[in-house]
Design a protein around this ligand. Sequence first.
Ligand code: ADP
Length: 426
Amino acid sequence: MKISDFWRLLLYVALGATLGALGGQALLGVVLSLLAYIWHLHRSLIGLLNHVNGASSDQSPKESGVFEEINYSISQLFNRHKSRRQRLTAVLRQFEQATAAWPDAIVILNQTDDIEWANPAARHLLDVRWPEDKKQRITNIIRIPALREFISSTGNTEEQTVDIISPLQPDVHLSALTVPYSKTHKIFTARDVTEIYRAIKVRSDFVANVSHELKTPLTVFRGYLEALTIQSDICPPTWQPALKQMTEHSLEMSNLVDTLLNLSHLEESQIPADSEPIDIKLLLEEVVKATSQIYKEKNHALTIHIDSQKKLTGSRVELYSAVSNLTFNAAHYTPKDGAISIRWYQQDAYLVLEVKDNGIGIAEEHLSRITERFYRVDNSRTRTEQGSKNGLGLAIVKHVVRRHSALLNITSELGRGSCFSIKFKQ
Ligand code: ADP
C-alpha cells in the first residue's frame, strides 16, 4: 500500500468514526466509511479495466496512489507497443512496395501448396490474384502438369527450375523456381525469360539453317572426292594422300552437320518424336555391340546389370542415341584396363539407367557446363574411329532426357571416374 493510499484510508475511517460518534454510532460510522472506501477501490479498478481494454494511452483515468502508478505503467506499455507497431507497419509497407515493384512473380505457399500471399506480378504472369486466391491450391489455378510435379517434388530432385509458358500470355516463357524457407513454407517465383528464350531460338534456328545449307554441297563434294579416289586415270597417284585426307575431313564435317541437325530437331519440342515400350536389355546389348571394338582395344572390364524387367516407354531412336553417347564417352574417357558398368534398376518411383566408369573423371568446375553444346573439358580436337569428339554428345543426352521427362544426374571425381544416371518416372 502506498503512503497516500494509507492516508486516504485513514481519512475515510476518521471521517466515518467522527460522523458516527456525532450520532452516537461510532462503529457504524467506521463500517460505513470502510464500505465507502471499498466502493472507491471498486471504481478505480473498473477505471483501470476500461483503460486496459480501451488499449489507448489517451484514455488514462485520473487516479492517485497505486492506481495512478499502474495507469502510468500501462500508458508507457501502450506507447512502446504503438511505436513498435508503427515501425513494423513501415517495414511491412516498404516490403509491400518492393515486392509490388519486383518484376518476377512471387507466391508464398504453405505445406499443402495453398497460396498464403502473392505479389502483383503474379497476377499478370501466372494469373494468381491476391487476395482473391488466398488459400487456393496453386496447382488448381495454374494447371500445367510439369509445374504440378515440380512443386510437389521440391527438395527431392536435382532440378532447380522448370520452364513453363505463362497461362495468360502464350508467347511469354517463364522460368519457375521454388525455395523452401521453413519446414512448412516455400517461396515460388516465376521469371519472364522470353528474351533469353528468343535469343536461344535465334541461335538454334541459325545453326539449323546453316547445317541444312551445308548438307547438300557437302554431299556433292564427297561424291566428287569418291569419284576422284576411285578413278585413278583422271587423278594422278600423287594426289591420293591429299584425297584421302579430304575425304576424312569431309566425312567428319558431314557427321557434325548431321549431329547439329539432330540436336536442333531435339531442341524443337519437349516431347519424344515417338513412343513405344522399349526392352532396355535389348537396347543395351545393341549399344554395347556398337562400342565393343573400343572396349576390346582398351581391355575394359565391362559389366551389365539388368535389375529390373520393367520396360521403358519412349522413343527408341532417341534413347539409343543418348545411351550410346554415354557408353561411348565412358569407353573413350577411361584408360586401358579400366572398368565400366552399365545398370538398369528401379529406385523408388524411378527406373534408373546408369553408366559408370573409373576413368579420368571431370573436375567439379566443369560439371555444370558439360551438357552445353560444344563444351569440352579438353579443348583440343580429338578424333576417334567413331568420329571426332566435338562436345555435342552430352547436349544430345540432355535433350533426350528432357523430352522423356527424366532427370540427368552426373557425379564425377577427377582421376577416379564418373557416373551418369538417367532417372525415368515410372
Ligand atoms: P565430347 O564429344 O567432347 O565427348 P560430350 O558432350 O560427350 O562431348 O562431353 C562433354 C565433355 O564432358 C567431354 O569433352 C569430356 O571432357 C567430358 N566427359 C563426358 N563424359 C565423360 C566421362 N565419362 N569421363 C570423363 N569426362 C567425360
